[in-house]
Write a protein that binds this ligand. Structure first.
Ligand SMILES: [Fe+2]
Ligand SMILES: [Fe+2]
Length: 324
């Protein structure tokens, strides 16, 4: 690669010619309406993601057979505006050997201190009064598993998609649940709600391979189901034999329903007050994180952020000190 200034996804603007290192998150062969093969890619670096297209049929077939998901590639092409979204039209794409890139350029991690977050999670756990639930959680969040949980990712693309993101998201969801309880908690079982918040995404530990550059979905998740099923299975495995069946069923329900709707991946829709609250808390943490990441990525933008295809909007930017 020529020694020019390093380009990042956040720097891309329509009309720009690029020579950029990116990791392949998704690669798929598709057909145009006229039946020609073309290649659809999702490419990422630590600053974000961009859709790529290879329109040349020969090159599409050649790249589809040689480039694999999770590889780092050097891409030459042009940025175009596609319905308000930046898209990369690729003329050339070469695999880059591991010695020629820095993995930190593709994998990001939480800005928060993981040790402090672990202590915060333990404090939340300690606030649980029910002895059975308390000792159950304390037995899960210790040793090697707690280490693995604390550096796991909260997702691949949409929210908390960085190392430590799962712990950060879990603390946020438990925090929102705690606030809901304080404000409207007269009919809640707080211990169930907080335990559900702590456990709701625990299956993500087994869903994403955090050692792969683009946090690949693991074979286990592909074979057995995503984090909802894996999480339910995990909490079952960890139950002591004399654990209350009623509490077990409620905790499992919170995991199985936390996505709210079947079309959003819930196995069942929330059937208890705690499940409704958990779903909303999960949504707030995810959406606020998505919007915050968009603002962080748009440091060079004035007035409006770039369009975000997952939020399906741009956000209006105000200088932080503009309102006093
Ligand atoms: Fe989830
Ligand atoms: Fe979640």
């Amino acid at each position: 690669m020529k020694k020019t200034k390093r380009q990042w996804i956040t720097d891309l603007v329509p009309g720009m010619q690029v020579n950029i290192l990116l990791a392949v998150m998704k690669i798929e062969l598709a057909k145009t309406r006229s039946g020609n093969d073309y290649l659809k890619l999702v490419l990422v670096d630590k600053t974000g993601s961009v859709e790529g297209r290879v329109w040349d049929k020969e090159l599409s077939l050649e790249l589809y057979n040689t480039i694999k998901q999770d590889q780092v590639v050097e891409v030459m092409g042009e940025v175009v505006d596609y319905n308000g979204l930046e898209q990369l039209h690729i003329f050339e794409c070469k695999k880059v050997a591991a010695d020629f890139y820095n993995i930190e350029d593709f994998v990001s991690r939480t800005n928060r201190d993981i040790t402090k977050m672990k202590a915060e999670l333990m404090q939340i756990i300690s606030s649980i009064e029910n002895k059975e639930i308390l000792s159950y959680l304390k037995n899960i969040f210790l040793g090697d598993f707690f280490e693995i949980f604390s550096t796991s990712v909260g997702g691949r693309l949409i929210h908390h998609n960085y190392l430590g993101g799962l712990l950060e998201h879990t603390i946020e969801v438990a925090g929102y649940c705690s606030l809901i309880y304080q404000l409207q908690g007269q009919h809640f079982n707080r211990d169930i709600l907080i335990a559900g918040a702590i456990l709701h995404d625990i299956g993500k530990v087994f869903e994403y391979d955090k050692n792969s550059i683009t946090f690949n979905i693991t074979d286990k998740a592909k074979m057995l189901g995503g984090h909802i099923i894996l999480g339910r299975d995990f909490i079952r495995q960890k139950l002591p034999s004399n654990f209350s069946t009623e509490i077990q069923e409620h905790l499992e329900h919170l995991i199985l329903s936390h996505h709210g709707k079947k079309e959003w991946g819930a196995v069942v829709e929330p059937q208890t007050l705690e499940a409704i609250a958990l779903h909303q808390a999960d949504l707030v943490s995810a959406r606020v994180n998505q919007a915050s990441l968009l603002i962080e990525k748009s440091k060079d933008c004035h007035d409006w952020t770039e369009y975000d295809r997952y939020l399906q909007r741009s956000l209006k930017l105000y200088p932080k000190d503009s309102i006093s």
